[in-house]
Every structure is written in structure tokens, then in C-alpha cells.
Design a protein around this ligand. Structure first.
Ligand code: PFF
Length: 435
């Protein structure tokens, strides 16, 4: 149970509350949801089990595990795209976490309310453009996250997640019920459940859904390998894998049920990009009775969820430094935390300063996010599927993944060996070519 909750704590984060709704808003609502569900079940679950299995079997980190399974080149390098993805995600994850911290501060100081209308929009722009404040918030959240990883992950994370995840779910359900009670909410629900089928035919939708699935569950960054290495017994892995995917998707859906009804009841557009949650949620809190208390609770929990995810992200390079280069945990954590601060500076400032933005170009945050989610993570997933499915023995892999029963073993093995790599190549190539 502790293991499952720790994995869930890593999975649930900004990907669910911040990323899922805005990506869904941009890629056609229900059609995207359907594609996402297919992708996460058909590709995400087998890959997640593959990562767990590699960690459980080798007791190594996200790079070393594949080297142990297959020492030959180029297969032994299969873990590196995941480290690259973790580093690129660390370029912007702390920045968005810093925004959450800033909103928490606003809520705590009772400064959430703004004159009606599009003002929350203006507030978001002003807040993200205040480079110094963002940097300060970013330094604080990174210090906290670095402190947690420096102290050692397992017990701290497990304990925190046990308390927080249920609390988080209760709050989300409450807010979703409130969101649904807003006037005009029906349009938001319609948007979520009425599919624009043409989106299903666009290869780009599939690539975006794949990137979202890998990002939000946390597949392809070596994190699940590291976690798998901690388990004493692999029997429960398939059940845990399925529960984590279901729980993570449930949280993403709840976030949408809060955000889309509110978007429509405020007369705003659902395709707003990365600012969506930050513009809509404060507006919801402003309107509801006792909104300020709810705002404090919500941003606090979101901050903690984001921190727990960031901790597991930092753990990827730290584990590599420790096991490959013999570093001790404290210096490894300090170096990784400092590097994360430095590499996220351009994104933090790029959101706010004109000199880092070219006309008509996406912001640095958008670029980093797209590169990580739609290129590095799918490549990393492909490398994992190929090593597990083609460089490992069927029996050893199925045992390590804890898959039982002849049919289930066949199904999983055929998936990682054939289905997942073939689908990954099709989705990646067609998506990139058409996007
Ligand atoms: N899954 C996290 C989220 O949805 O916010 C992000 C993340 C955390 C990705 C940890 C990868 C990871 F290793």
C-alpha cells in the first residue's frame, strides 16, 4: 500500500491539474479523452509494468537497469533518453510549481479577489511576468524539494502520500461538485463528453495523448524503475500498475470537471494553453462562498502534489550520480537542485521578458514541454519496450513484472514485444510529420 501510494504521489501532480485540462481543451475535448484512455491502457500499462519489472529484477537505477538486462550497445543506453526527458522537464516543472506557490501566497494573504471579468487573466500575466517574484518562489520550492530528496525519499514520501492523497481526492470531488453547480456548467460538461470525431483521425491527437499519458503517469523517466527496485515481492505489480493508472486518470478527469464547467459559465474559451487552470481556478474560488479557505486548501495540496512529483523527478539524476559515479546523497542532491534552478531560469524569465520571446513562436515553456512530452518521452518508451521485449527472456520478464496466468503473460509479453513498439513508431512518426 505504501508503495502504491508513493507511485501515485509521483504520478499525481501538475500533469493532472494543470496539463490535462488545457491539452484536452486544445485537442477536442471528449475525442481527446477517448484517445487518451486507449493510449494509457494499451501502451501506458504494459510500459509501466516493464519499468517496474526492470527495476525489480535488477535492483538498479533507470540507466543501470537496462545495462544489466542487456550489456550490448546500443541497447545498454536505453535509459538515457529518460534522463534527458527528466532534465528537460526540470527546466519548467519548478516554474509552474512556483506559480502554484505564488497563488497559495495570494490566497493566504487574502488577496485573491480581483474586479470581475477577464481580470484573472491579467493577474496571471502580471504574476508570471514578475520575474523576480517567480525566481524567489522557484528558489523556495526547489530548496524544499532538494531538502526532501537529500533526506532520503522512501519513508518521507510514503508517509506524506498516505495522508495527502485521500485529502486531495476529497477536495477535488468537492470542487467538482461545486463546479457543476455553476450556472452554464452544462456547456462545460457537454464539451467534455461530446466528441469531435475528426480529432480522432488526426495523428497529432494521438501523439499528444501519448505524451500526456507518459508525462502524467511518469513513464519513461526511470522513476518507476527506481521504485520497482524497492519492492520485496513483485506479485502485486499488475494490480498496482492498473490502480495507479486508474487513480491518476480519475484525478485528471476531476480536474476537468472543475475547470470546464467554470470555463463555460464564465464565458471563456477552453483552448487557452498553459494559463488555463491558473485563470479559471482563482475565478471559481472568488465566486464560491468560503472561496478563500478553499483556495488555500487547494493550492496547498496542489503544491504538495507538485513537490512530491518534483522530488521523484530530481531523484532520477541523483540516483544516476550516486550509483554510477559513487556520489553521496547530499552532494548529489545539492548539485541536482542547483542545476535544476539554473536550467529553469530561462523558462521562468522567458514567460515574462520580451527578449526571450520571438513573435509568433511558442514560449520556452511550451517548447520544452513539447520536446519532452512528444519527442523524448515517446523515444524513451520505445527504448524500454525494445529492451524489455527483445533483449530479455520472456519468463524472467513476466516473473519480474508479477504477471500471472498463461493468458495474462501472453497478453503482456505480446504487448511489450510487438504492439507497443509498433504503435509507438506509428504514433511518433505520423504525429511528428503532421504536427
Ligand atoms: N507525473 C507527474 C505529473 O503528472 O505532474 C510529473 C512527473 C513526475 C513526471 C515524476 C515524471 C516523474 F518522474
Amino acid at each position: 500500500m505504501g508503495f502504491g501510494l508513493a507511485v501515485l504521489g509521483s504520478a499525481i501532480g501538475l500533469g493532472n491539474i494543470w496539463r490535462f485540462p488545457y491539452v484536452m481543451g486544445e485537442y477536442g475535448g471528449a475525442a481527446f479523452l477517448l484517445v487518451y484512455l486507449l493510449v494509457v491502457l494499451i501502451m501506458g500499462l504494459p510500459l509501466l509494468l516493464g519499468e517496474f519489472a526492470a527495476g525489480y529484477h535488477t535492483h538498479a537505477d533507470g540507466v543501470g537497469a537496462y545495462e544489466k538486462i542487456t550489456p550490448e550497445r546500443p541497447w545498454r543506453w536505453a535509459g538515457w533518453p529518460g534522463v534527458a526527458a527528466a532534465v528537460v522537464i526540470l527546466m519548467y516543472y519548478p516554474v509552474v510549481t512556483a506559480w502554484v506557490a505564488q497563488y497559495l501566497w495570494l490566497a493566504l494573504t487574502g488577496d485573491m479577489s480581483v474586479p470581475a471579468g477577464a481580470a484573472q487573466d491579467a493577474r496571471f500575466v502580471a504574476l508570471t511576468h514578475d520575474g523576480l517574484a517567480v525566481l524567489l518562489a522557484q528558489a523556495i520550492v526547489l530548496c524544499v524539494a532538494t531538502g526532501i530528496v537529500a533526506a532520503g525519499v522512501v519513508s518521507g514520501i510514503e508517509r506524506t502520500c498516505k495522508v495527502l492523497m485521500p485529502l486531495f481526492a476529497v477536495l477535488l470531488v468537492g470542487l467538482a461538485i461545486y463546479g457543476l453547480s455553476l450556472p452554464g456548467a452544462q456547456q462545460g460538461v457537454d464539451f467534455m463528453f461530446h466528441a469531435d470525431w475528426s480529432a480522432v483521425l488526426r495523428p497529432e491527437t494521438w501523439l499528444v495523448a501519448l505524451g500526456q499519458a507518459l508525462f502524467t503517469v511518469g513513464i519513461g523517466m526511470g522513476v518507476m524503475v527506481t521504485y520497482g527496485a524497492y519492492l520485496p515481492d513483485s506479485h502485486a505489480l499488475p494490480r498496482i500498475g492498473f490502480t495507479v493508472i486508474a487513480g491518476d486518470t480519475f484525478v485528471g478527469l476531476l480536474a476537468c470537471l472543475i475547470i470546464f464547467p467554470a470555463v463555460f459559465s464564465l464565458g471563456l474559451a477552453p483552448a487557452q494553453g498553459p494559463g488555463l487552470a491558473f485563470v479559471i481556478l482563482p475565478e471559481v474560488f472568488e465566486r464560491m462562498p468560503g472561496g478563500n479557505v478553499a483556495a488555500v486548501a487547494f493550492f496547498l495540496l496542489l503544491l504538495i502534489a507538485a513537490l512530491a512529483s518534483m522530488v521523484s523527478l530530481l531523484e532520477v539524476p541523483i540516483a544516476v550520480l550516486m550509483s554510477r559515479h559513487g556520489w553521496r546523497r547530499l552532494p548529489a542532491a545539492l548539485l541536482t537542485g542547483s542545476v535544476a534552478f539554473l536550467i529553469s531560469l530561462p523558462v521562468a524569465l522567458g514567460e515574462g521578458t520580451a527578449w526571450l520571446q520571438l513573435d509568433g513562436m511558442p514560449t520556452l515553456l511550451d517548447l520544452a514541454d513539447r520536446f519532452a512530452s512528444y519527442v523524448l518521452l515517446p523515444l524513451s518508451a520505445l527504448a524500454i519496450a525494445l529492451v524489455v521485449g527483445w533483449r530479455w527472456q520472456e519468463k524472467a520478464a513476466c516473473d519480474a513484472a508479477g504477471v500471472q496466468g498463461i493468458r495474462a503473460r501472453r497478453l503482456w509479453w505480446t504487448s511489450v514485444r510487438w504492439l507497443v513498439p509498433v504503435l509507438l513508431v506509428i504514433v511518433l512518426v505520423s504525429g511528428l510529420v503532421t504536427a
